[in-house]
Design a binder for this molecule. Structure first.
Ligand code: G6P
Ligand code: ZN
Length: 544
């Protein structure tokens, strides 16, 4: 097998976004498109020679073909050993786990997360570094620079490798090991949670579950861990076979896209816990019988109870949440006397805090929760954490949530999204808010007096790097808050996200419908940003 050096011409659009390079499949099918990007990564990585590389993805359309190309290029670029998930599968948190455990130099994670899959949909590739987390911007910038001038790539001419049979083989001088994609991850989960307790809960029937894998990568993980290891009743895991097009669905765990699950949880006889994860397994949605747990509350509740779970029995070093995430976790941190960091939106901002051991748990309003066990958010981890808590407290999810509110107060929280706004209009909205910042402090809107108005700026406490313009924060004297920011992940036009929260200490007022509890803030938000007026839309496109 000979190494070929093939000529190529650069593409101008290979700048990785927050979560790697995400494009329509058709874009990836252009001649050498994937090859250019992969070679740009190899050209940027130092010391690939003889090192271990991890490869796997969420099973979407083009996953298998991409893996064959990456294997041949890895061999041609001197990689010593490649660990590839059987069938080409590795969830994002499992890839992070495998990279860390096997001391790999990094790994390629093939996914476009919660975006739909199929020939006309999305594909994505992301490089994670040795700590198991997404490559930092300094790295992805260098990859992009390289991709703009690349003129050749290295590849081995070799037939496709069998990636469905476990075991070792060779491609050129490179050893390829097809690994069980679940094993390392399952072993890590077993160390963190009380599997014995959860298992007896399932066996006695005290605990019941519906986990919706949404035809995406968590199916095999959930089947093995929840049903086979923990004895959840067969059929507790639904939509468990990963499909290249996710069954035509949108593998995003929220009340809109996981509506099948929501219907069951609000039906006559719901299970104790309902949960779902996204395409690549890093997001989570948690529900109880007739109850939806907001991601912001979930983070706070996990933090308040962490010391009861084996993996966190020594307590938490600190916690972090992204800026627009509700502040319920701040109250827990204050009560525990630990630090709570407020970071910009995007999981990568937690990486330094985790590596520097300043935090143990972190989360975002966008259905992401995780800890220092890997360097990605982790959907199934959150589900196991909740199962452990439900089994331990012998209470319903709703009762655990209500108890938490009684203890700390409730932060009513909602996000209103306005999608598909023309970019100049969206910029106009943000510009107007910027202009208002100076005059807002002290101004009253009915009973709400502004105490803080700023454009969020983050100084990373570990490396001092600065991120500007991360969203407009408006705080009020009654502990309410409105945040405005433009989505960084949209594909068409701009999406304005408006996040509102109001703190309620009085337990007699913890059962209001959320939109009602936030009605004043919803009106103030419109008065400030005028999105309805400027776009002529009466209602947000999505309310979560
Ligand atoms: C991705 C990232 C998350 C982030 C989310 C925000 O899912 O992995 O860390 O919270 O995007 O997206 P947005 O559209 O609000 O910028
Ligand atoms: Zn994801």
């Amino acid at each position: 097998m000979a190494v070929e050096i093939r000529n190529t011409t650069p593409y101008p659009d290979q700048k990785p976004g927050t979560s790697g390079l995400r494009k329509k499949v058709k874009v990836f099918l252009q001649e050498n498109y994937l090859e250019n990007f992969v070679q740009s990564v190899f050209d940027t990585v130092e010391a690939a020679d003889g090192a271990t590389l991890v490869v796997g993805g969420d099973g979407r359309y083009f996953n298998r073909q991409a893996i064959q190309i990456i294997l041949r290029m890895a061999a041609a670029n001197g990689v010593g050993r490649v660990l590839v998930g059987q069938g080409g599968l590795l969830s994002t948190p499992a890839a992070s786990c495998v990279i860390r455990k096997h001391k790999a130099l990094g790994g390629f994670v093939l996914s476009a997360s919660h975006n739909p899959g199929g020939p006309d949909e999305d594909f994505g590739i992301k490089f994670n570094v040795a700590n198991g987390g997404p490559a930092p911007e300094s790295f992805t910038d260098r990859v992009y620079q390289r991709s703009r001038v690349i003129d050749a790539y290295r590849i081995l001419s070799a037939p496709d490798l069998d990636i469905d049979t476990l075991g070792r083989s060779h491609i050129g001088d490179t050893e390829v090991e097809v690994i069980d994609p679940v094993a390392d991850y399952a072993e890590l989960m077993e160390h963190l949670f009380d599997f014995g307790l959860i298992c007896s809960g399932f066996r006695s029937g005290a605990l019941t579950l519906r986990f919706d894998a949404m035809h995406a990568v968590t199916g095999p993980y959930a089947k093995r861990i929840l049903e086979e290891t923990l004895s959840a009743a067969p059929g507790s895991v639904v939509n468990a076979v990963p499909l290249e097009d996710f069954g035509g669905g949108h593998p995003d765990p929220n009340l809109v896209h996981a509506h099948e699950l929501a219907a069951v949880m609000y039906s006559g006889r719901p299970p104790t816990l309902g949960a779902a994860s996204d395409g690549d397994g890093d997001r989570n949605m948690i529900m109880g019988a007739n109850c939806f747990v907001t991601p912001s509350d979930s983070l706070a509740i996990l933090a308040a109870n962490a010391h009861l779970v084996p993996g966190y029995k020594d307590g938490l070093r600190g916690v972090a949440r992204s800026m627009p995430t509700g502040r319920a976790v701040d109250r827990v941190a204050a009560a525990m006397g630990i630090e709570c960091y407020e970071t910009p939106t995007g999981w990568k901002f937690f990486g330094n805090l985790l590596d520097a051991r300043r935090i143990t748990l972190c989360g975002e309003e966008s259905f992401g929760t995780g800890s220092d066990h890997v360097r990605e958010k982790d959907g199934l981890w959150a589900v196991l954490f909740w199962l452990n808590l439900v089994a331990l407290h012998k209470q319903s999810v709703a009762a655990i949530v209500a108890d938490h509110w009684r203890r700390f107060g409730r932060d009513y929280y909602s996000r209103h999204d306005y999608e598909g706004i023309e970019v100049p209009v969206a910029e106009g909205i943000m510009g107007r808010l910027q202009d208002l910042l100076a005059e807002l402090p002290g101004r009253a809107f009915g009973d709400y007096r502004v105490t803080l108005a700023d454009d969020f700026r983050y100084v990373d406490p570990v490396d001092g790097s600065v991120s500007e313009h991360q969203g407009i924060r408006i705080g009020f004297d009654n502990s309410s808050r409105i945040v405005f920011r433009l989505s960084g992940t949209g594909t068409e036009g701009a999406t304005l996200r408006v996040y509102m929260e109001r703190y309620e200490r009085d337990p007699n007022r913890h059962d209001l419908p959320t939109q009602e509890a936030l009605a004043d803030l919803i009106a103030i938000a419109e008065e400030l940003c005028q999105v309805k007026k400027r776009t002529g839309t009466a209602q947000p496109s999505v309310i979560t």
